[in-house]
Structures are given as structure tokens and as C-alpha cells.
Design a protein around this ligand. Structure first.
Ligand code: FAD
Length: 391
């Protein structure tokens, strides 16, 4: 196998199978050829490069771990490496993919009926149908497990949805949005596949974000929005079912943080060779080397942690709490790593043309979404002490 580039210092990629390594490198090539040249431009104008979707579909990587339904089948470990390849170039693109493959397809895979899976998963796997995942609300972020304000009410063979959803990635152009709502009858959460064009469904783009600007987040308003019983996720009776989706995607976000950190480290290492001060490359100064080594230390630690988490996942042994611990650790260290990378760029670190500014901003979103640092810490805290700090 070819030697791995700088950011995989412990050569974890050598532990992939030959086929997995080939897929990893295929995704790398896709990102370098089709995303890298346009990443800053689309981030700056806050638009999504829709034209890359058919090219991404050719990689055949969506829904990798879902058995059946057109899935090419692959390990969670490979999925993690693919996430790194995306995020080390553009975290927005890996977020688009994570929403599609993890959150939207995952909701149908874990909570849908056989019929719903057969209908929706194959076209979503081919990226012909794009999905979104609507859980968070303007008034309910961290507290989604207990207090959704969006309601659903059964009337005959239809459900009536009312409420708002905030931050919903891909939702401005998605063909379907998974909406989670509280059933007024029993106060338990239900999930719905709301198709584009449904009366009473409105998605408005959230403007002026300072992170993940390429991702199209929407504020969704549901006004007496009618959804058929056929489009209710048939295997979801409470938030416990929603959590099955989040368990897998939190592990994915840990890998995304690794990718963002790795991209930033590699940019800084490269810059330390090309930028000269006092007649020497800045990488020749002891203090700059120390910064680089601090970054590499943390990067290697979180890479190894995510790697082992995926191994547990592949063995069917990963717990929710282990996923939360990795999400906390990886996103926290990433925030520090991108900050140090920017420091190495000096003033150029805040210019978009040098890429690193985009990584610094995007790390803030990773730190917060899929459960904040505090919320994921409390999930682990409850596990280790046996005492819930939530109530
Ligand atoms: P809040 O819940 O208001 O939290 C504010 C602060 O209070 C945080 O620091 C938090 O940790 C702290 N806090 C809250 N409760 C406690 C507690 N009990 N103890 C200690 N501290 C606490 N959601 C979706 O459904 N779909 C998406 O596609 C999606 N995409 C997103 C994309 C981006 C770029 C962002 C920023 C968010 C996205 N989200 C999405 C929402 C995301 O999951 C929420 O932002 C996140 O869960 C936090 O909720 P909040 O922003 O309302 O913060």
C-alpha cells in the first residue's frame, strides 16, 4: 500500500482492506478534483454546488452500512475514512453527505417499515432523492428528547403537523424531510416523511451563518401540514427510536471532526515550509515546530479514538455513551487544532483564500451540532455515575 500522507501519522489507513483503501483514495480524488477548487467560492457565496451531486453519486458510498436496499455494503470504519476525506477538504460537503446518508436515510432504515425502506432508500442511495432531518426547533435544541413543540394529530388516515424546525440542513432543496413531532394523544415522538411540495410545508433559507456556509440550513414552518399514515415512520413509537439514528450519526460527527482537524493540520504543515521569515521557513523555528507537534498529538489521539469506536460499531458493540464521548473529545480537540493552525498562518489565517479560516469557522458548527459538548458530556456523566444531571 502507498504510504499515507502527513496527517495519518500512525498509518491507520494501512489497516484498511485493499478494497477499502481503493475507495478511500477514490473519494480523495473526487474531493481534490471537484470540490477543492470551488470550496471557498461556494462557502463565500453561501450556495451549495448542486452540480457535484451526480459525480458524488458515482462514488456509490451513500448508505454504506445499511444491509439491502441497493447498499454497496461497507464497514463503519470505511465510512469513517470516507468522512475524513470529505471533511479534510470541505466540512460543508461532508455535512451534506452526513445529513443524506446518516440522518435522513438512517431515519428510514432504523424507523421505517419494509415498504418505506424499499420505496425510499434505493433512490436516496443513488442521490436521486435528497433528504433532510428535522428535529431541532427554534425553542427546543438540547432538550429535544423531552419537549418538542411541533405536534402531530391523527385525523382519520391522515396526520396534521404544526410547528417549526430550525437549522435543517439540505432542507431548501430536499425531496423529502424527516419531521419529528410530538403526538398530542400520548406525548410520544413520531417521525414523518414530508415530501417536497406538501401543502402547509414551508422551508426558508437561514442567511448569514458564520460556519458551514455552503450547507443550506432552513427554518421550516408546518401549518396544518397533512401527511398520510403511509408516510409516518412505522417503526417509531417514541424518542428512543429517534435515538437509534443519532447514535450512529454522532459517531460520524466524531470522524468529521477528525477530518476537519486533519485538513487544518496539513494546511499548516505545508504553510510552515512555504512561508519564510527572518530568511528561513517558519517551520524551522522551534516554537512553530512545537505548535505543529501539539496539533499532531491531539490529531493522532482523536483519530485513534474514532478508529476504535468504529471497530466497536462494526462488532455491534458501540453504546450511545461511547459515541457521545467520541463526539465530545473529537470536536473539542478539533476546535483547538484549527485554532493553532490559524495561528501558524499569521494574518493570512483570516483570509479565505488560504482555506484555513473556513476550517476555523466550520469547527464551531461541529462543536455544537448533534448534541453540544455539554449535552454529550452529561450523557456520559449519567453513564459513569448512574446519576442523571438532566432533570
Ligand atoms: P441550546 O440547546 O439552546 O444550548 C445553548 C447552550 O446551553 C449550549 O452551550 C448547551 O450546551 C447549553 N445547555 C443546554 N442544556 C444544558 C444542560 N442541561 N446542561 C448544561 N448545559 C446545557 N438540527 C436538526 O434537527 N437537523 C439538522 O440538519 C441540523 N443541522 C445543523 C447545522 C448547523 C450548522 C447547526 C449549528 C445546527 C444544526 N442542527 C440541526 C441543530 C443542532 O443539533 C443544535 O444546534 C444543537 O443540538 C444545540 O441546540 P441549540 O443550538 O438550540 O442550543
Amino acid at each position: 500500500q502507498a504510504p499515507e500522507i502527513e496527517g495519518d501519522y500512525y498509518q491507520l489507513a494501512r489497516l484498511l482492506t485493499k478494497e477499502e483503501r481503493e475507495k478511500q483514495l477514490e473519494v480523495r480524488e473526487f474531493m481534490n478534483e471537484h470540490v477543492k477548487p470551488i470550496a471557498n467560492e461556494y462557502w463565500n457565496k453561501a450556495q451549495f454546488p448542486m452540480h457535484i451531486i451526480p459525480k458524488m453519486a458515482e462514488l456509490n458510498i451513500a448508505g454504506l452500512t445499511y444491509e439491502g436496499y441497493n447498499s454497496p455494503m461497507g464497514s463503519y470504519l470505511l465510512e469513517g475514512f470516507i468522512t475524513v476525506e470529505m471533511a479534510r477538504v470541505d466540512t460543508s460537503i461532508s455535512t451534506f453527505f452526513g445529513v443524506q446518508s446518516g440522518l435522513a436515510m438512517g431515519s428510514i432504515y432504523f424507523c421505517g417499515s419494509e415498504e418505506q425502506k424499499k420505496k425510499w432508500l434505493p433512490p436516496m442511495q443513488r442521490l436521486e432523492k435528497i433528504g433532510a432531518f428535522g428535529l431541532t426547533e427554534p425553542n427546543v435544541g438540547s432538550a429535544v428528547a423531552g419537549g418538542l413543540e411541533t405536534t402531530c394529530k391523527k385525523e382519520g388516515d391522515k396526520w396534521i403537523l404544526n410547528g417549526q424546525k430550525k437549522w435543517i440542513g439540505n432542507a431548501t432543496f430536499a425531496d423529502l424531510v424527516i419531521i419529528w413531532a410530538r403526538n398530542v394523544e400520548d406525548n410520544e415522538v413520531r417521525g414523518f416523511i414530508v415530501e417536497k411540495g406538501t401543502a402547509g410545508f414551508k422551508a426558508e433559507k437561514q442567511e448569514d451563518k458564520m460556519a458551514l456556509r455552503t450547507v443550506q440550513n432552513a427554518l421550516i414552518t408546518l401549518t396544518d401540514c397533512e401527511v398520510s399514515e403511509e408516510n409516518r415512520l412505522q417503526n417509531c413509537d417514541s424518542f428512543r427510536d429517534t435515538s437509534k439514528v443519532l447514535k450512529a450519526t454522532r459517531a460520524g460527527v466524531a470522524w468529521q471532526a477528525v477530518g476537519c482537524a486533519r485538513g487544518a493540520y496539513e494546511l499548516a504543515l505545508n504553510y510552515s515550509h512555504t512561508r519564510k521569515q527572518f530568511g528561513k521557513p517558519i517551520g524551522s523555528f522551534q516554537l512553530v515546530q512545537d505548535l505543529l507537534v501539539e496539533m499532531l498529538t491531539d490529531l493522532t489521539a482523536i483519530q485513534s479514538m474514532a478508529f476504535h469506536l468504529s471497530k466497536l460499531q462494526d462488532e455491534g458493540r458501540m453504546t450511545d455513551q461511547q459515541a457521545s464521548l467520541a463526539k465530545v473529545a473529537c470536536s473539542r480537540h478539533t476546535r483547538e487544532i484549527v485554532g493553532k493552525a490559524r495561528e501558524i498562518f499569521g494574518g493570512n489565517g483570516i483570509l479565505l483564500e488560504h482555506d484555513i479560516a473556513r476550517f476555523v469557522a466550520d469547527a464551531e458548527a461541529i462543536y455544537t451540532y448533534e448534541g453540544t459538548k455539554e449535552v454529550n458530556s452529561l450523557i456520559v456523566g449519567r453513564d459513569i455515575t448512574g446519576i442523571s444531571a438532566f432533570v
